[in-house]
Design a protein around this ligand. Structure first.
Ligand code: 5AD
Ligand code: SF4
Length: 449
């Protein structure tokens, strides 16, 4: 059968979709070049905000109307359970997170005429297929892949008031280090230069269960011992050039983590550290377990050993009861932290979360205004932060022709900043090149090899 996977949501979903593609290929199916040509289409859904869920469910509805064998996977399936068939009565199959390994089998059953199949995992289930990669990893355009995601920590136990993730992705589970190391070695042997380790709160790797190798006499460690040790082991893998990881909680910004950044040269000096709000009152309501001052101290710690260390964040505007004063506290925190990039989200109540019981009392137009203000602030801040890098030489992993102007190439520096430059004839996608920065924009740097 010819199949396609459509992905909505976060990097975790991107990685799960890729594993599903590998499993489908291993089961003898082939990837369709276009949607029209596909017999089976699988939609990987997100439910973190209502709009995200609607997009994925809407897409599945269109595919059903186009008479494809349609499957829905991912977070929205776990949230809806059996109700998924009320929303999409003609859906062929639905699979929750941690159960995508069942997809090839479910496709076989659909081919024999079965319909409305549902599989969801328990909160502690250990999935199969987590390490499935295509034999030779490929980019979207078909070249050998030089970047890859690797899931290391599943689920989340933080229980922030607004967040549905723990309900749909289950409890924390850290994959054994030897499994992760074997996966990364194999990727590096296939030419992968850069990996990004994934977890909802990735610095908690190894905290809840023993993730470090039991062969090692000093394992497993307490909070934050396992993760730097994992970085150490990955740093030693030949052929691998860069190690990234996401997302982080400020409690994980310990001295051991800072030491790992300093000691292991492949670890990129960038951290995505969602702050959500700059108001202590709102942070407390959200159950984030840090204050504004603690958050800023974590950022300061990262920038103390490298002033160019890139910090990016997520912010929610319009949380229930967020006043103008709370919002201004978020604005000033963002300025003080000097974020290199920021993603702003309008609060969306999610069924079953603690904050869903509170009135969603910030009007939509006001959420929109706050969103726009933070984005405008970030444009200015991005410009001035990037201007400080003019004249510096950055190591850039060349990704290929830039989307806007195919005569130029783009890539990223260690801080995950987009750098645009003119290629030479010798350059290949996946090369790391030295680029001198000559101009700055809010979201991009312009440079010369
Ligand atoms: N409403 C709006 N944004 C949310 N996020 C998580 N839950 C919600 C919600 N209910 C945002 C947070 C998180 C990012 C992935 O999505 O900022 O970091
Ligand atoms: Fe949600 Fe908090 Fe977990 Fe992030 S850490 S996914 S915000 S519960």
């Amino acid at each position: 059968m010819k199949f396609l996977v459509h992905t909505y949501g976060c990097q975790m979903n991107v990685r799960d979709s890729e594993a599903v593609e590998a499993l489908m290929l291993a089961a003898g199916h082939v990837k369709a070049a276009t949607e029209a040509e596909a017999d089976v289409v699988i939609v990987n859904s997100c439910t973190v905000r209502q709009k995200a869920e609607e997009k994925a469910v809407g897409k599945a509805g269109n595919l059903i109307a186009a008479k494809k064998i349609t499957g829905l996977m991912g977070c929205a399936v776990k949230r809806m359970g059996e109700d998924v068939f009320k929303r999409l009565p003609k859906l062929d199959f639905a699979v929750g997170p941690r159960r995508f390994g069942a997809i090839p089998r479910l496709v076989e059953r659909c081919l024999t005429g079965e319909r409305r199949l549902l599989e969801v995992a328990g909160d502690d289930e250990v999935p199969t297929g987590l390490d499935a990669h295509p034999d030779a990893p490929r980019t979207k355009s078909g070249e050998a892949a030089f970047q890859s995601y690797v899931t290391v920590l599943l689920g989340c136990d933080n229980r922030c008031s607004y967040c549905i993730v723990p309900d749909v992705r289950g409890h924390e589970y850290s994959r054994p280090a030897r499994e992760v190391i074997a996966e990364v070695r194999s990727l590096a042997a296939h030419g992968v230069k850069e990996i990004c380790l994934l977890g909802q709160s990735v610095l908690r790797y190894g905290v809840r269960n023993a993730a470090w190798s039991p062969d090692d006499p000093s394992s497993p460690g307490g909070y934050m011992e396992a993760f730097p040790r994992l970085l150490e082991a990955l740093n030693a893998i030949e052929g691998l050039e860069r190690i990234r990881f996401t997302s982080a909680h400020p409690k994980g910004c310990t001295d051991e983590l800072v030491r790992a950044y300093m000691e292991f040269p492949k670890v990129c000096r960038h951290l995505h550290l969602p702050v959500q709000s700059g108001s202590d009152r709102v942070l407390k309501e959200m159950g984030r377990r840090y204050t504004r001052a603690e958050y800023l101290a974590a950022v300061a710690k990262l920038r103390a050993f490298d002033p160019e260390f890139a910090v990016t964040t997520d912010v929610i505007v319009g949380y229930p009861g967020e006043t103008e004063e709370d919002f201004e506290a978020t604005r000033s925190l963002m300025e003080e932290a000097g974020f290199d990039n920021a993603f702003v989200f309008k609060y969306s109540p999610r069924p079953g979360t603690r904050s869903a019981a509170l009135p969603d009392d910030v009007p939509t137009a006001e959420k929109e205004r706050r969103d726009q203000m933070l984005l405008a602030d970030q444009e200015r801040r991005g410009q001035s932060r990037n201007e400080r890098l003019v004249g510096t030489v950055r190591d850039v992993l060349a990704e290929g022709p830039s989307l806007r102007n195919a005569a130029r190439w783009s890539g990223r520096d260690g801080g995950n900043r987009i750098v645009v430059f003119e290629p030479t004839d010798a350059i290949r996608a996946g090369d790391i090149v030295k680029v001198r920065i000559v101009a700055a924009h809010p979201q991009t740097l312009i440079g010369e090899i």
